[in-house]
Design a protein around this ligand. Structure first.
Ligand code: SF4
Ligand code: SF4
Length: 540
């Protein structure tokens, strides 16, 4: 965890919901340690050809903005209001009903009114009114309008980088206002004058240079996957193939790089490899499309498009039939919500049909990209896997619906179906914290860095409290999820709020239970932790 000192949980939980004495427009931002992220490093901006590369930090007085920064922002806003109908609509239609006000995890965990989604949007709307509406131009503050100043820009930076674009608030909005879209616009405008965070810009620059967020070179990817294959052999006695950049494979398999490079994602990656070996899937990893995640989503629409294109260019180059995607979160939002209009439809690929079961994945007809949870649930439904759920008896599991698979693609039943076939002790968290209403981990959208640690712990607190509930009620010791960011951020969140609960991917759980042909009797799970002893009645 970060070296920045943060309050202990018993202090953090005493949240002050009392709003400041001053009106919101007159309350300046306080960049206190632990609540903001470092600025984008100049070298990364230069690499990406982005404006105003320089050395600066958010807590400094002088942000070294270009002289005409105000014109740049207002012109950028005008362009986007013309281009994106949704943006103009979201600027106009909020009736301030307040239904979203207490739905954001950052407001729940921090008590800052500017983290109420309605007020977060007002930060941008107030400027929109001042420069783009008649009432705002004439009546100014009376009409909820305000001048664009450096302080307003700082406020945008602070609060648009305290929104994980999770879209929980949108579920409750009667008008369907999508706060994530507003945050994306806010960040996009900030980017025009070089105000961005390094935890987003560095992964994007790495992705352009090496194909993945972590900047791993092809040799490193190959070594890591082979290392995981050795681990699988050690645990199971089965040697799995590591197909890389294989032309003519049926399926290109794309994962977030966290899955093959960081624990506990590596166990999920071992799970994929074991599954594909067992069913004899003709697939390939790619060292070019070596990242399913798309941090462009946290930067600008243009960046999303450029990074998304890479996956399809590689599918074309390798001549695969279609793409299978691993347990990533925002990758799926890009694929399901933007891909078709940005780079699609992917007509050059074949219809996504499982070569094992013959199932056509209708929902992926246009994108030609299938989620691994759908693929595996279909295998189970068609009796293609031999599973021994008792091998997971040492785990008492709950499931965290990752924001994007849940809200951006409605993937609610498939992971539960897989979990229930792979394990016997599964407990849901309370209804208003799961499925479409799931609570964010607090570290998505590029906010999972160490310097922002207090906001992460505050933002993740509502999710952690729901885990605590099932820990106390059912002795839950493991939280499963389908997102690489979650696997990383939930780990520190659990250590802070609910010690004793660890994090795993769904395919790690599946692989623990997967009975492979030719395997030796397993005494440990994929992590090397001993399995629970069985009674005679429970022998497989
Ligand atoms: S973090 Fe999520 S709930 Fe909060 S404002 Fe952003 S999209 Fe809405
Ligand atoms: S729920 Fe929708 S309409 Fe109501 S205040 Fe929030 S954003 Fe505005």
């Amino acid at each position: 965890m970060s070296s920045i000192k943060i309050p202990k949980p018993e202090e953090m939980i005493r949240i002050n919901y009392k709003p400041p004495e001053t009106p919101w427009m007159d309350t300046p931002v306080d960049f206190r340690p632990g609540t903001w992220s470092y600025s984008g490093a100049a070298k990364n901006l230069v690499y990406l050809g982005m404006p105003n590369p320089r050395a600066w930090q958010p807590y400094e007085e002088d942000w070294k903005l270009p002289e005409n920064w105000k014109e740049i922002i207002l012109e950028g806003m005008r362009e986007r209001l013309d281009k994106y109908r949704s943006f103009r609509l979201f600027m106009d239609i909020c009736v301030r009903c307040g239904a979203c006000a207490d739905k954001c995890h950052f407001y729940i965990g921090g008590g800052d009114p500017k983290n109420m989604p309605v007020l977060r949007a007002e930060l941008l709307r107030s400027v929109y009114r001042r420069y783009f509406t008649e009432s705002g131009k004439r009546f100014g503050r009376l009409a909820g309008a305000r001048e664009l100043t450096v302080d307003v820009l700082k406020e945008w930076f602070y609060y648009f980088y305290q929104c994980t674009e999770c879209r929980r608030c949108s579920v409750y909005c009667p008008y369907g206002i999508d706060q994530a879209e507003i945050t994306i616009m806010g960040r996009e405008l900030l980017n025009l004058v070089g105000c961005n965070i390094n935890w987003v810009i560095e992964p994007v620059a790495n992705c352009f240079r090496t194909g993945n967020h972590l900047g791993i070179q092809p040799g490193g990817i190959k070594d890591m996957l082979e290392f995981l294959a050795e681990d699988i052999e050690e645990r199971t006695g089965v040697r799995v193939d590591v197909p890389i950049n294989k032309k003519g494979a049926d399926v290109l398999f794309v994962v977030p790089s966290g899955d093959y490079f960081a624990d506990p994602g590596t166990y999920t990656c071992m799970g994929y490899m074991m599954l594909f070996h067992e069913i004899g899937l003709n697939y390939t990893f790619s060292t070019y499309a070596s990242e399913g995640g798309n941090f462009g989503l946290f930067t600008s629409h243009e960046m999303v498009k450029r990074l998304n294109h890479k996956l399809y260019a590689e599918a074309k180059r390798l001549g695969v039939k279609w793409i299978l995607g691993g347990e990533c979160g925002h990758m799926w939002r890009v694929i399901h919500e933007y891909m078709d209009t940005m780079n699609g439809p992917a007509d050059f690929l074949a219809e996504p049909v499982s070569p094992i079961t013959g199932t056509l994945f209708e929902n992926a007809r246009s994108t030609k990209m299938v989620h691994i949870a759908e693929f595996t649930a279909d295998l189970i439904k068609n009796g293609k896997l031999k599973l021994d759920p008792a091998r997971n008896d040492h785990l008492r599991i709950t499931f965290h619906d990752s924001c994007n698979p849940a809200r951006a693609m409605g993937l609610l039943e498939e992971p539960r179906y897989v979990i229930k076939h792979a394990a016997r002790y599964f407990y849901e968290m309370p209804e208003d914290t799961i499925r479409e209403k799931t609570l964010c981990c607090g570290g998505g959208a590029g906010l999972g860095n160490d310097e922002n640690i207090e906001m992460r712990m505050r933002g993740g607190m509502p999710r952690a409290m729901a885990v605590k509930h099932v820990r106390e009620k059912h002795d839950v010791n493991r939280i499963a999820c389908m997102c690489a960011i979650d696997r990383s951020t939930l780990s520190s969140l659990m250590d802070y709020w609910v010690p004793g609960v660890t994090v795993m991917g769904v395919h790690e759980l599946l692989a623990n239970a997967l009975v492979m042909k030719g395997e030796r009797e397993r005494s440990t799970d994929l992590r090397g932790e001993p399995l629970k002893e069985r009674t005679n009645d429970e022998a497989l």
